[in-house]
Each structure stands twice: as C-alpha cells, then as structure tokens.
Design a protein around this ligand. Structure first.
Ligand code: FRU
Length: 517
C-alpha cells in the first residue's frame, strides 16, 4: 500500500511540546504569531503558513484539478473532510484571483460509500463535447480516480461536472469511464490537444513505472495510445503525471515515492516531444528533479492559464512524515505557485509575479560587503514571512562553506549553504526547531550546482513553516518545511574556512495573505 496508515496524534503533540520548550528568542515584530494556547497547552495556529495555501482544518495532500476559469484560479486538493490524517479522500476546493489570496470553498467532490476521490484534473469543455453541460453553459469536467472502498481496491477513472463555474459538482451517472481492472492505475492528467483536436489523458501505472496515454473525443470514451517508461528514477512508485507544452518542448512531470534525492517523495521531469500519440523523451537527459528539497511532491500545472503562463503548484510535504507534521487543526499545505519556463532544455522556476504585490518594507539591503568566518547577525527580526534575494560568493580561496541562516534564534536556525568542496547548495534543517516528531525529518538536503565566478544567486521565500530556495536563475530549487519557534526570526551569515562575500543581499517583508496572521 502506498498510503500511510493512521497514526496516533500523540506523536505530533510531542513534537510541538518540544518546540514550545526551547528558550524564547524575543522578536519585536508585530508579525510574530500570538502565542495563543489551546486547551491542550499547544499553541494554536503556530505554524500556519501566511502566504501558502493550507485548509482551515483537516488533512490535505496533492493539488488536483488546477484550472484558471472565468478570472479565477481554482485549486482543488486531496482532502479528508473528517480528520487530520489521510483518509476519506475527497476534493477540497479553494479559489483565488491572484494565486496568493485563497478563499476556501465547500468540499467539491466528496467520497461516498463506494469510492474515494483520488487525484485528477479539471478541464473546461468549451464545446460541450461531453454533453454534460449545454451549448449555453459548457461544463467544467473533473476527471478523477475512483478508488473503490471494497476489498477489490480497484482504481478506475471517473467524471464529475459543474455548470456553475466550479461551485457545485455532480458525479457522472455513467462512471467509471475507464477501467482496466487494476489496483494501481491513477491520477489522470487531461488536456485539450489542439493539433489532433481531441482530449489527451496521461495516467500513472505506479508499480510498473509507466505513464499511459489515452485519447477521447468526448471525455467519456477513451482509447489507449502509448506507454512511456520506465526511465529516469524508478526507486519508488510513479504517481501524478502531468504533460504540457513549454517553449519548443513538451514536459512530463512524474512524481516518485520514495526514491527522491532528499529521501521519500520527489518529482522528476522529462523534456521531449508529443505528437498527439506518444511522448518521446529527449536523448541523454538522465534523472532531473523539479526540486531537490524534501517537501515538493505531486505538483501539477494549471490548465487554461492566461497569457501562455505555465503555473505549477506542489504539495509541500513528504509521505515519509506527512501524517506527523506538528500542525493543528490542519495538516498539509501547498507550495507557493511557480511560473515554469525552459532554459537550455532545463526547467527554470520562479515564484509567480503576484508575489511582488505582497512586498512591503525593505528590511535590509547590502552591496559589496564581506562577512567574517563564523556567523554574524544581519537582522534580529525579519518576521516570519519575508523574501531574501542575494548573490553570495566565497570571500577567500579557503572558504569551504558559506551561506545564510534564516529563522535563527534560541539555538535554532535553518541554514541555506553552499559547500564549495562538494559543489552543492543545501538546506540544513537539523536544528530548525521542532524536528523530533519523525526520525526522517531532520536532515541536510543537497543539490549539485556550479558556483559562477560572480557568486551564486539565491531567492528565498520564508514563511511560518517553510523555506523555498530558487538558485542559479531558478534552475535549481529546494523546498523544505521547517517548524521553528515563532519568535526565532533572526537572519545571519555563515562562513567556514574563510570569509563570505556578499555581492548583494536584499530582505523584504511580505504582507500575509491570510487575514488575522
Ligand atoms: C500522491 C497520491 C496519488 C493519489 C493520492 C491519494 O500523493 O498517492 O497517487 O491519487 O495521493 O490521496
């Protein structure tokens, strides 16, 4: 079974108590979360992301059915309406006009006695090819995996539709629309393939490390086209495929669990061509990771995004410990939406530009400075939500390791460092705060990246419980969750063997998207 069993909530409670016991490091910012304690003595909402989507309560995993429609970005998500661990899988729903400020809506597609609603896509059936709407009111159609609750555990593909712009959904009476009698057959990625004038669907055969393609004229009847894989990383099952054009190539995302570079879950990508029938990967590309951190999984991109944009949203978590992260009353969050482009055949990512309208105060701006070996405090109080942009370089040939420590205080810190000997950028979260809730959580997550002569460019988005690092023009990304004390808001430099050269460094506060935080 690829899915975790329920665990006692006790382990997460222990993780939180450990954090609360650390020596407080006082910040003066009004942005720090109020230390409100609930009846069990835990701090309510302590780790609630300020800029990332998380449901008000209960469990979430994969983003589903991402579509831009009638001016709104829809985010459906794997959701347990009845608890804060995986189970009762249904599609939760949130909408946004700017990809930053999300409004949670009622559950869109609920599990029932027969089936759970696993991951999938939403398409706008503008010409009403499915007949599930009308010419006047063409439907949005969700294509999802029905996982049967009976002993068969079969996974089949089904439809639900909406004729009120995604507010309410009806399951199609003719479900399932695709059944091959398999227990591992899921996560449909559906899009309109204009060149062949038909719908195309990519599906995972997780235990065979294959993505299977199908075509349809009406979303109801599907014919098999071709198989892709195994290729690249096969150290874990394949899930959540997503196929889309980008620049002059096609990109196929394939999530893998376990077997990721940081342990557990991760997403690989392939570039290639798609002729409407088969995906042919470009030669000699090896394994390529969307993100080298521990917490970027099951990410897919938006259908119908305006202006040719390709916007990607991952689940910011890892199946290794997702059921134990010490948050309450919700568990699970999405990564910040990223804009994807290709550069020299490689994926390049950056936070969507809408982030910039959340910039408020410039906290610090440095140019051409040298920081000594060891650590040196730059700011006592960044607040919990900010953005850092920097170009950093070794200050001497002897400098073997350098970087910045974010969310530092009370002995805790999260290090974003560059190891010049190994040629690796890393996030070290071993001392980031509450780490004891799962043995797999503390660690150092590394990505190979060449150090340019002029220094390494970094863009870092820091939120209450996450760090997302975009380096080398967004060609290398690392995403990690962290659970620091809300008061640990220091920013410092770090260098070993010699000094650190700060070519430029700017830190800016960001306005929270969640009211009340
Ligand atoms: C990926 C995944 C999908 C599945 C869903 C179930 O994280 O395992 O393959 O559809 O989660 O919640």
């Amino acid at each position: 079974m690829p899915f975790p069993s329920r665990r006692s909530v006790l382990s997460s409670a222990l993780g939180l108590s450990a954090a609360a016991a650390t020596t407080p490091f006082l910040c003066t910012t009004a942005a720090a979360a109020p230390a409100v304690r609930d009846a069990s003595g835990l701090r309510a909402e302590t780790y609630r992301p300020r800029l990332h989507f998380s449901p008000a309560r209960n469990w979430t995993n994969d983003p589903n059915g991402l579509i831009f429609h009638e001016g709104r970005w829809h985010l459906f998500f794997q959701y347990n309406p009845e608890g804060d661990v995986w189970g009762n899988m249904s599609w939760g729903h949130a909408v946004s006009s700017d990809l930053v400020q999300w409004e949670e809506r009622p559950v869109a597609i609920a599990h029932d006695d027969q089936e759970m609603i696993f991951s999938g896509s939403v398409v706008y059936d503008e010409r009403n090819t499915s007949g599930l709407g009308s010419a006047d009111r063409p439907p949005l159609v969700a294509v999802y995996t029905s996982t049967l609750k009976d002993d068969s555990g079969l996974q089949r593909q089904s439809l639900a539709y909406s004729t009120d712009a995604g507010e309410t959904w009806t399951k199609y009476a003719g479900n399932p629309v695709l059944d091959i009698g398999a227990r591992d057959f899921r996560d449909p990625s559906v899009f309109w393939h204009a060149d062949s004038g038909r719908w195309v669907m990519a599906l995972a055969l997780p235990t065979e490390y294959k993505i299977r393609f199908y075509a349809s004229d009406d979303l109801k009847s599907w014919r098999r086209l071709s198989d892709f894989g195994p290729l690249g990383a096969t150290g874990g099952i394949w899930e959540c495929p997503n196929l889309f054009p980008l620049g002059d190539r096609w990109v196929l995302l394939v999530s893998l669990n376990p077997g990721g570079p940081a342990g557990g879950s991760a997403t690989q990508y392939f570039t290639g061509t798609f002729d409407g029938t088969a995906f042919t990967p470009d030669a000699g590309q090896g394994t390529r990771w969307v993100d080298w951190g521990a917490d970027c999984y099951a990410g897919i991109t938006y259908n119908d995004a305006p202006d040719g944009r390709r916007v990607f949203v991952p689940w910011m978590n890892n199946w290794l410990y997702a059921d134990r992260v010490p948050t309450s009353p919700w568990r699970g969050a999405m990564g910040f939406p990223r804009e994807l482009t290709l550069r020299d055949g490689r994926l390049r990512q950056r936070p969507v530009r809408e982030l910039e309208s959340h910039r408020t105060r410039r906290l610090l701006s440095l140019t051409g400075e040298t920081a000594p070996e060891g650590t040196r405090r730059l700011l006592a109080d960044t607040g919990q939500l900010y953005e850092l942009q920097a170009v950093l370089a070794p200050g001497s040939p002897a400098t073997s390791d350098f970087g910045v420590d974010v969310r530092s205080g009370g002995g805790a810190y999260t290090r974003i460092g560059y190891d010049t000997v190994a040629g690796e950028l890393y996030i070290d979260r071993r001392s980031s705060g509450a780490v004891g809730f799962a043995a797999e959580f503390p660690g150092v997550h590394r990505a190979p990246v060449a150090l340019p002569d002029g220094g390494l460019d970094l863009r870092v988005l820091v939120d209450a419980s996450s760090v997302e690092v975009y380096a080398a023009g967004g060609t290398v990304c690392l995403t990690d969750q962290i659970f620091p004390d809300p008061d640990a808001c220091g920013l410092r430099t770090y260098a070993r063997g010699g000094a650190l050269r700060i070519e430029t460094l700017t830190a800016r506060s960001l306005r929270p998207a969640r009211p009340g935080h």
